[in-house]
Design a protein around this ligand. Structure first.
Ligand SMILES: Cc1cc2nc3c(=O)[nH]c(=O)nc-3n(C[C@H](O)[C@H](O)[C@H](O)COP(=O)(O)OP(=O)(O)OC[C@H]3O[C@@H](n4cnc5c(N)ncnc54)[C@H](O)[C@@H]3O)c2cc1C
Length: 262
């Protein structure tokens, strides 16, 4: 099995982490449950003692039209998907131009913007446990029950790339900070907003070391440059504690925290 040295303070979107030797999945025989499979680390916070990490090999970075379906490899970056759809005038993927990640990460998280979610036009996924149809997968808001590496996904295809949607998604992003983060820190509880709750307990703009619940959008835990894992986890726990004390609501992390010792 091949490995790759990755510096997570550069690779991860939140710019936290050390250099780690990561295994590369060339075929499913390389994988077992002791590994945590990463995409491009846009939704993940690397801890001090993370589990053994694995990424998909570059051979899973492709996008093609076949049998009137859009077939996308698990390691394909969202930017490449957006450019391909624009070039080939394909509809329904405009929103991924503003969603950083790989296809595997997008499908696993059922990533999306408002009602535009990656599952909307999904047909099947090809995984290390075989092919799964959409109807065999449980999914919802930032949730799926997938527990195996996603190697490829096929989507129904229609033509008509919509530039106006790209502009709309860009506008939706305008109230979010551009400082490094891992996207939304917590899932929105049913009928409420995590950002509102963080603000209500006095943590909007709260900074510890280099980490801050952004003063632009409180549900973004941003790194001002020298933020470390301990500062991030302190703020996450403080928000969960205060929100529970004041509202009896358990704030569930949307960010995936990879640390064996918590
Ligand atoms: C600035 C910013 C804004 C964001 N805005 C949004 C938003 O509006 N909506 C939204 O939904 N998300 C948003 N995100 C989060 C992020 O874009 C998505 O969660 C994306 O799906 C992460 O993809 P990734 O490849 O980086 O996944 P990673 O962070 O590497 O992994 C996330 C999860 O996916 C799993 N995974 C990754 N690849 C595979 C695979 N091949 N097979 C099986 N499982 C896999 C991992 O095991 C992990 O559990 C934002 C992030 C940032 C940094």
């Amino acid at each position: 099995m091949t490995t790759k040295l990755i510096n997570f303070s550069k690779y991860s979107s939140i710019k936290i982490g050390q250099e780690i030797e990561v295994s590369v999945l060339e075929s499913c025989s390389d994988f077992n449950d002791t590994f945590f499979l990463l995409g491009s680390c846009n939704n993940t916070l690397i801890g001090i003692n993370p589990p053994p990490l694995m990424i998909l090999s570059k051979k899973y970075d492709y996008i093609k039209i076949e049998d009137n379906l859009l077939k996308i490899g698990g390691a394909t970056p969202s930017g490449k998907i957006a450019s391909f759809c624009k070039k080939h005038n394909i509809a329904n993927f405009e929103f991924v131009s503003h969603l950083p990640g790989t296809l595997g990460g997008l499908v696993f998280m059922n990533a999306g913007l408002k009602e535009f979610e990656i599952f909307n036009h999904l047909i099947t996924i090809s995984t290390c446990s075989g092919i799964k149809n959409k109807q065999d997968i449980q999914y919802g808001y930032r949730f799926t029950d997938i527990n195996t590496p996603i190697l490829e996904a096929s989507f129904e295809m229609s033509y008509g790339f919509d530039k106006e949607k790209v502009a709309l998604f860009k506008k939706m992003r305008s109230n979010q900070p551009s400082t490094p983060s891992a996207g939304s820190c917590f899932k929105n509880p049913k009928g409420d907003y995590a950002g509102r709750l963080i603000e209500a307990v006095g943590l909007k703009g709260k900074r510890v070391g280099g980490m801050e619940f952004s003063s632009i959008h409180a549900n973004f835990l941003v790194n001002h440059g020298d933020g470390i894992f301990e500062d991030a986890i302190y703020l996450i726990r403080e928000a969960q504690k205060r929100v529970y004390e004041m509202f009896e609501i358990n704030l569930e992390c949307e960010i995936i925290v990879l640390e064996k010792n918590i």
